[in-house]
Ligand binder design. Sequence first.
Ligand code: 13P
Length: 296
Amino acid sequence: MALVSMGPMLKRARAQGYGIAAYNMIDYNSARAVVEGAQALDAPVIVQVSVKTVKHWGYTPIAHWVRDLAATVDVPVALHLDHCTDLDVLRRCIDAGWTSVMFDGSSLPFEENLDKSLKAYAMTEQAGVGLEAEIGAIGGVEDDKHVNEDEARLANFDECVRFVRDMPNLAVFAPAIGTAHGMYKGEAKIAYDLLERITASISIPIALHGGTGLTEEQFHRCIAGGCAKVNISTMHKMLYINSFVKLKEQKPNLEEPLTFIAAQNEAMKEDVKSVIKIFGSAGKAADARSVLTQRH
Ligand code: 13P
């Protein structure tokens, strides 16, 4: 299939009570594992890319890789840009073929975040691609963004309502609800009451950041509470590295790189499949495809 926009399928996922996995790809092999894992379980999926990764490989190669991978499967695949603070990078991704982008103004004072997010919204609306925007401050480390525990801040409910008011077509909304990027020290403290309040007044699907390390029960509660896009990065990165290391330890004389790449692909793919099962999106490709003609 051609790449799809994530907005309509996220709306559908929220309405139907399942979550769509959004994996931060590292390279071609990792994007391939994500797409193949989704295809194996007949699930819609989002391949997302951090700004650092875009800058490492370049805009066009990434767009080509993911577009070509999507063309080999019949499950819906969206190409999304993760946390981006630079409108120029957003524009370049849109021009290269991304089907949605995230503007992250969460480190700015509320009014400034709103103002810049509205600019990003105008840009994406005009280009016909989806937008994700964030408020509050999600803790942890993602890409070059470090938010210490004492800086992490839950989204303010009234600000959430105001924030989305002029962005009715937002593909997905990312309020900080207590999850964090990276590994958790102890169990994540999720503000379910805040999530409930938000979803009771805002119909836009919610993005759950900081998926690595959450328990099955936490995923289920968040997805049932309106989180339709569920982000996983750290676990994917760990498997990317550890699968290589483990194989080398098991077979120190092995020298064929393709054998390592195949083992790495398998390890990442198995994780994608287990996550898709937890999120309830296995077998939902046709359900997600049924809404693709709707606006982003
Ligand atoms: P983790 O690294 O905790 O899986 O979070 C991923 C994420 O939210 C990317 O934006």
